[in-house]
Design a protein around this ligand. Structure first.
Ligand code: ZN
Length: 207
């Protein structure tokens, strides 16, 4: 008690979580985040011209939150074999299905030729979602490639579900055709560049 000094000042609450005594919501956020390391977190950036359902699938896939066989086994929701149904080889993880599967590799080879970029090799979803940044394309084509990559993931997932649940078989060539037609439909209706022609789209002349 010896160190306590009393004064005539009126009692008041004081915020001690920040460098000044001014309390605000921003100061709370800053205080809560001050001891958290976000350096390894991947910040998912949405594509505006691609529908929400595609953005959400890709966002969930990137976080490992889609129902691949590997994910279901880890959650004790499936106890069968987790072999990839697209190639019959390898465990069905999101990385295998979208990156290293033979079918996915063929799709990426065709997409890179279509978009006039170097071969697309990826070992994770995060790698795929950054391909456009290092593509050497102009800003407009880069934005298109970013959306196209998301549509590829959407179409591979749809093809996988069709094969698993409806016994429908889609080749890499058919998946790429779906990507081009869905991409054109969405880009010409949802982006600011509604005057894009099908001829320019299929030749990726979009500078
Ligand atoms: Zn596979």
């Amino acid at each position: 008690m010896a160190s306590v000094k009393l004064s005539d000042r009126k009692d008041k609450w004081e915020w001690r979580g920040g460098c000044d005594s001014c309390f605000s919501v921003a100061a709370i956020k800053s205080f809560l985040r001050s001891n958290t390391d976000f350096s390894s977190n991947y910040a998912f950036k949405w594509s505006k011209w691609v529908p929400k359902k595609v953005n959400i699938l890709v966002w969930r896939a990137q976080m490992g939150r889609i129902a691949t066989l590997d994910a279901l086994i880890k959650r004790n929701c499936f106890n069968g074999e987790n072999r990839c149904i697209m190639c019959g080889d390898g465990s069905e993880t999101a990385e295998h299905l979208f990156c290293t599967c033979v079918v996915a590799s063929e799709v990426w080879a065709r997409i890179s030729r279509w978009a006039h970029v170097g071969p697309i090799y990826a070992f994770s979803l995060s790698d795929l979602l950054e391909v456009h940044e290092f593509s050497g394309l102009g800003n407009k084509a880069k934005d298109i490639l970013k959306g196209v990559i998301m549509i590829v993931l959407w179409c591979i997932w749809k093809a996988r579900n069709g094969r698993r649940f409806s016994d429908s078989h889609k080749s890499a060539d058919k998946i790429v055709q779906d990507v081009k037609s869905l991409g054109f439909l969405w880009y010409s209706n949802r982006s600011k560049c509604k005057d894009v022609s099908w001829e320019n789209w299929v030749s990726f002349s979009l500078m």
